[in-house]
Design a protein around this ligand. Structure first.
Ligand code: GCO
Length: 387
């Protein structure tokens, strides 16, 4: 039913974030957070991660050989602006080299300006709870886009602002480790202001006269659905207790695998009338037993949405290499390619080859039926269900 070709020029790639792959990021709030026992599973730390800061050229060779024609990455603010107003020429040149390396390999870069980490000096000044952070973020972003704007056409301002607020200020499991709904709300407002401040110079819409929207495409990160049921003991989470359908297929992190939801979200974005990029979609699956089916059913759902007229322009699988998965450390394996943080050996999982076939042919090789969604009895999602 869903076999078929994707539109010409469709972007196929993977997504990653600086702190999760680079190694050596010691000047941000996450590195400080990682030093406290109990914060990260197994006491893991983000250095060395995939040592991608040093190995990016070889890594891109590998992704290119897998027929990927695009790549989403993030810039590490704390490297670029290690102290207020002091910009590192070395770091900016490094990212220029990274973007040029992608271009040289025929891979379109998509650049995220903020992917969860804050320079230590931003965290010390109150992080995103402080209204000034919006301005500081805009200053950094303006400098970066001035210097690197010629090398990338696609820019993402802030990755998953709601996750920052939820994990850092509602659940308190990420820095700054607060449980305070008011702080979460303030954080969201500042993140939105930061986005708004710099989106207006960045977007094509910003050059038009009159009121302008603050984006010229949608970036969708889709992993799972979350079902909640009312529970009066869950005040801190707005009375929503997470539940999972009994018997539903799950990832290693206990996230339900639900491709139908991917289709539905894509359809719901159609009315916005903007191009859509799937900026993340993936699964923690160390054994790679569920990932092949995950790829086929989710890419099938995306193709079905395209056939229904949804303007999806590209798909970035999360992720290329197993990497530092925040509070889960190295225990959650999202990579198409396994990466050992000790030996730095890269090893292709079978899914990497399946995805390469899809990228090479710009086509879904088989007809995929979406599995029926179990929705009858539910059970508590359990502690592994972090978001
Ligand atoms: C997020 C991030 C990624 C994660 C990925 C898997 O969604 O939290 O953008 O940094 O690693 O989603 O959890």
């Amino acid at each position: 039913m869903n076999a078929g070709r994707f539109p010409e020029g469709f972007f196929w790639g993977t997504a990653a974030a600086a702190h999760q792959v680079e190694g050596g990021n010691h000047a941000n709030d996450w590195w400080a957070w990682e030093q406290t026992p109990g914060h990260i599973k197994n006491g893991d730390r983000s250095d060395p991660a995939c040592d991608h800061y040093e190995r990016f050229a070889g890594d891109f060779d590998l992704l290119q050989s897998l027929h990927q024609n695009a790549h989403r990455l993030s810039l590490e603010w704390s490297r670029i602006e290690p102290a207020p107003g002091q910009f590192s020429k070395t770091a900016i040149q490094h990212y220029a080299d990274v973007l040029q390396a992608l271009r040289d390999r025929g891979m379109e870069p998509m650049v995220t300006l903020h992917h969860f980490t804050n320079p230590s000096w931003i965290a010390d000044a109150g992080g995103w709870e402080t209204p000034d952070t919006a301005l500081r973020f805009a200053n950094y972003a303006e400098r970066v886009t001035n210097e690197l704007g010629q090398l990338a056409r696609y820019w993402v301002t802030v990755n998953e602002p709601t996750v920052i607020a939820y994990q850092g200020y509602v659940r308190g499991e990420w820095p700054p480790g607060k449980r305070d709904l008011g702080a979460a709300a303030r954080t969201l407002v500042t993140l939105l202001r930061g986005h708004g401040r710099l989106a207006f110079p960045l977007t094509r819409a910003g050059h038009a006269s009159g009121p302008a929207p603050s984006q010229d495409f949608f970036g969708l990160n889709y992993y799972t659905r979350e079902l909640v049921k009312f529970n009066r003991h869950y005040g801190a989470e707005l009375f929503g207790e997470r539940v999972l359908p009994v018997g539903a297929p799950r990832s290693d992190l206990n996230w339900e695998l639900y491709p139908e939801g991917f289709y539905r979200v894509l359809r719901s974005l159609q009315r916005e009338g903007l191009p859509i990029f799937v900026t993340e979609n993936g699964i923690a699956d160390a054994a790679d037993v569920r990932r092949p089916d995950f790829l086929l059913t989710h890419i099938g759902a995306m193709l079905r949405a395209i056939h229904a007229g949804v303007p999806v322009r590209g798909y970035f699988h999360w992720t290329c290499f197993d990497n530092f998965e925040w509070a889960e450390g190295y225990s959650a394996k999202f990579g198409l390619i396994a990466c050992d943080p000790v030996t730095q050996e890269r090893r292709l999982r079978p899914s990497a080859r399946l995805y390469a076939e899809i990228c090479r042919n710009n086509e879904l090789p088989v007809s995929v039926e979406l599995p029926p969604a179990p929705l009858g009895r539910v059970e508590p999602a359990g502690p592994a269900e972090l978001r």
